[in-house]
Ligand binder design. Structure first.
Ligand SMILES: Nc1ncnc2c1ncn2[C@@H]1O[C@H](COP(=O)(O)OP(=O)(O)OP(=O)(O)O)[C@@H](O)[C@H]1O
Length: 263
């Protein structure tokens, strides 16, 4: 992304934001509430118009694509939104098969086989497939939404606050699942999150958004060393200390973050 400007009326939310996400990395994206994290995600996906700037995905400028090129590209990314994770009136099967119907021309039998594979991939039992979202726990809904995001075997996953609303154990398990899937499928993951544990345990790099721009980007050590007021307050604040952040916990420059240890 280069020099992205997004405004709603008089209010400019993104003020010339630039960021590179590398293939195969898990990039965590943090910033103050209302700062524009979801807006950036939606801008990348083409759901929010930008005033200026360029977004390139797989080396292609998204503004220059024909309708069919755009559809081809959309099959190469999967998205898990913070809200409305699933269509409530559709069963789990219908939810997961939704992108397949939209983009692929394959038989019902094959779609059913893929659905079972995806459900198993996210750690759920196949009997979940016949259920409605209202019959599932919050953690199961997130997993089904992840299965749907994986339906087309994407190369990039966009996750908007995937662990919000989960208890710490559920969130930790979901983080582990994302790290495992990233490793086994070689995914690139762009993850908006407020979850300090997620940032610590699964992200290779973190980008911090403040004042409409990326003000710090790098591994957790870079965040801990940042002199930017918001970044410093976030990564050295009370919540950060409670989550075990900081040099005392071995996550400082001499330490190394959790994901490396987990690899
Ligand atoms: N379609 C829209 N029309 C007008 N304003 C919008 C629109 N979408 C987002 N905004 C505004 O843009 C700002 C950034 O919103 P965004 O949802 O990106 O924040 P966020 O960083 O994701 O916050 P949170 O962490 O609370 O989810 C907010 O002030 C929001 O009200």
């Amino acid at each position: 992304m280069r020099d992205i400007v997004v405004a709603f009326g008089e209010r400019t939310v993104l003020k010339g934001l630039s960021l590179d996400v590398m293939p195969g990395e898990i990039m965590g994206f943090v910033g103050a509430s209302g700062g524009g994290k979801s807006v950036l995600t939606r801008t990348i996906l083409g759901l929010v118009p930008k005033r200026s700037g360029t977004v390139e995905v797989f080396g292609q400028n998204l503004d220059g694509l024909s309708f069919s090129q755009r559809r081809e590209l959309e099959q190469r990314w999967g998205v898990l939104f913070q809200q409305g994770a699933l269509f409530s009136s559709l069963s789990v099967r219908q939810n997961i098969q939704f992108p397949m119907r939209e983009y692929l021309d394959i038989s019902q039998g094959l779609m059913d086989e893929i659905t079972v594979a995806k459900i198993e991939m996210v750690g759920l039992q196949p009997d979940v497939i016949e259920k409605m979202p209202s019959e599932l726990s919050g953690g199961m809904i997130k997993r089904v939404a992840l299965a749907r995001a994986l339906a087309l075997d994407p190369e990039i996953l966009f996750l908007d606050e995937p662990t919000s609303g989960l208890d710490p154990i559920g969130a930790g398990e979901f983080d582990e699942l994302i790290a495992t899937l990233q490793q086994t499928l070689g995914l690139t993951v762009f993850m908006v999150t407020h979850d300090l544990d997620s940032l610590h345990t699964v992200c290779d790099r973190i980008a911090a958004l403040a004042d409409g721009k990326v003000v710090a980007v790098g591994p957790i050590e870079t965040m801990l060393e940042s002199k930017h007021a918001w970044v410093s307050a976030y990564f050295h604040g009370k919540r950060a200390r409670a989550a075990g952040f900081g040099p005392a916990a071995g996550i400082g420059p001499a330490g190394g973050h959790g994901r490396e240890g987990a690899r």
